[in-house]
Design a protein around this ligand. Structure first.
Ligand SMILES: [Zn+2]
Length: 128
């Protein structure tokens, strides 16, 4: 079962990620994490600092057994990759390099890291 943890009124509350039902309350996040692990609940992906990763809309992000990122309901997040700098999810975006040439890169919304750029195919019809 997929779960997430929300901090509220100095408590950490564990929720069912699909139904948003409250499962239990804890005095801090580490206790909630411990409980989730003991019960074999699936927690969202965490970045290198230990923060739970969310997508751009604020939905928690999970990782499936094949290593793909998806939302609690199984919606696959396409064109994303874990940022090697901070562990957040980076999105495939078009970025202009120093010569003003557009490139496909992964851009991390958390730390601003831009990585794994590929030049666009040469054969693209020029838009005018
Ligand atoms: Zn990052």
């Amino acid at each position: 079962m997929r779960v997430y943890i929300k901090e509220e009124n100095e408590k950490a509350i564990l929720f069912n990620a699909l139904t948003n039902e409250k499962i239990a309350e804890f005095k801090d996040v580490s206790e909630a994490v411990k409980f989730a692990i003991e019960n074999h609940y699936e927690l969202p992906v965490r970045d290198f600092k230990g923060d739970f990763v969310t997508d751009k809309e604020g939905n928690f992000v999970y990782i499936d057994e094949k290593g793909f990122f998806e939302l609690a309901d199984g919606t696959l997040l396409e064109g994303v990759k874990q940022c090697p700098n901070c562990g957040w999810i980076a999105y495939g975006e078009e970025v202009c390099d120093e010569d003003n040439q557009p490139r496909e890169c992964f851009v991390c919304p958390k730390c601003g890291n831009i990585f794994e750029c590929t030049p666009p195919p040469d054969e693209l019809p020029a838009e005018d």
